[in-house]
Structures are given as C-alpha cells and as structure tokens.
Design a binder for this molecule. Structure first.
Ligand SMILES: [Zn+2]
Length: 90
C-alpha cells in the first residue's frame, strides 16, 4: 500500500478530478491499492525512487511512466535551417 503524496486540499481535488475525468478511476484509491490509473495494472515495482515518488503523485505505474516521459527524438537541425530559407530569413 502506497500513500498518495501530501498536497493541499485544492491540489488534491484538482488531481483527483483530472485523473477521474481522464482515466475514470480514483487517484487516491489507485495509489493506496498500488494500481496504475492508466493501464489499471500492478503498480508496486519501480526502477528507482523518483519513479516511485511519481506514482504517489500521478498514480502511473513504471511502464506507463516510461511511455509518457520517454525522451523526445533527437531534433534535426536541418529542419530549422530549411524553415529559415523558406521565409527568406538568411
Ligand atoms: Zn500503467
């Protein structure tokens, strides 16, 4: 059983509302039950403390966190120079 992170009442209501509207589950009940708000799977194993802490805030399991917080693809610098040429900025 995990304790949801301590927040002000208004922040708790905000998080609870958002998660209930998006995922149709209670954030608090999911965290306490070690269940992921997104995939409804087991959320009791995490790779590090930060991920475990994130679960107490968002209620997302390790797998869902990995998908959400994946590093963005490397930006292609050519894209920017092409735009400049298009608009005659060079
Ligand atoms: Zn999940």
């Amino acid at each position: 059983m995990t304790q949801p992170s301590k927040k002000s009442n208004s922040m708790n209501e905000f998080l609870e509302d958002i998660i209930f509207n998006v995922f149709d589950v209670s954030r608090k009940a999911s965290i306490v039950g070690d269940v992921c708000v997104m995939c409804k799977g087991d959320a009791s194993a995490f790779t590090d403390e930060l991920s475990e802490k994130e679960f107490t805030i968002s209620g997302m399991c390790q797998t869902c966190q990995d998908e959400i917080f994946e590093d963005p693809p490397v930006e292609n610098p050519d894209y920017f120079s092409d735009i400049s040429k298009t608009f005659g900025l060079l």
